[in-house]
Design a protein around this ligand. Structure first.
Ligand code: HEC
Ligand code: HEC
Length: 152
């Protein structure tokens, strides 16, 4: 029994980490990137995807999210430094172009394959990108099963 303990502790630590996407502190990112939607965790996209998105802010999913150059560069650096391709798997499409949406990544699709498209369209949810509709603690980086509540 005693010999098994360290391995067990490691497993517990790893599984606790697996669903935690705590937001690294960054005031510029919080000010500029959490007014129209929640601050998406930088860990959920590959650096290439963040660079591509931050290179075209005037045409950001049909919204103008332009920033002055100093802020744009600072936020890009922050996103790239915290990006995590290892956790997300590839975030490129079949043609090799960086995906701009977390919701289009293979990992997101796999984790949500049991949710019907109609569920994501409910008035209480509206879009797969509305993470906080179902993940009540998403703002704190907690996507664990115990804090999920799919609204009717
Ligand atoms: C003017 C409003 C606005 C601002 C400011 C804004 N966004 Fe967005 N963003 C949107 C809209 C609208 C969508 C599309 C949402 C949807 O499909 O439901 C979006 C989608 C996204 C997505 C993709 C979500 C998905 O489907 O996986 C990411 C990632 C993202 N934004 C990051 C950022 C970052 C980083 C910033 C700061 C530089 C930012 N946004 C600032 C409006 C904005
Ligand atoms: C319609 C509700 C809904 C929306 C919207 C939604 N999710 Fe989920 N998500 C779920 C459910 C339900 C699960 C659990 C799936 C399972 O365990 O089988 C899940 C699982 C996850 C997991 C895996 C957690 C783990 O412990 O493995 C992550 C990470 C995640 N979602 C992130 C997101 C992000 C990021 C967004 C927004 C871009 C989002 N989700 C939007 C319902 C939703």
């Amino acid at each position: 029994m005693k010999k098994l303990l360290p391995a067990t502790l490691l497993l517990v630590a790893l599984s606790a980490q697996a669903d935690s996407y705590r937001l690294p502190k960054n005031p510029a990112f919080e000010e500029e990137c959490a007014s129209c939607h929640m601050a998406f965790p930088p860990q959920m996209l590959h650096a290439d995807s963040w660079r591509a998105m931050m290179g075209d802010l005037p045409r950001h999913f049909g919204s103008d999210a332009s920033l002055d150059e100093k802020r744009r560069v600072a936020i890009t650096d922050f996103l790239v430094a915290n990006a995590n391709g290892r956790k997300t798997g590839t975030t490129r499409d079949a043609a090799g172009k960086p995906l701009l949406r977390i919701t289009e990544t293979e990992r997101f699709k796999r984790k949500h394959r049991e949710i019907a498209a109609a569920t994501f369209r409910r008035a209480s949810i509206k879009s797969p990108a509305n993470c906080t509709a179902c993940h009540r603690q998403a703002a704190a980086g907690d996507y664990s099963e115990r804090s999920i509540n799919i609204p009717k």
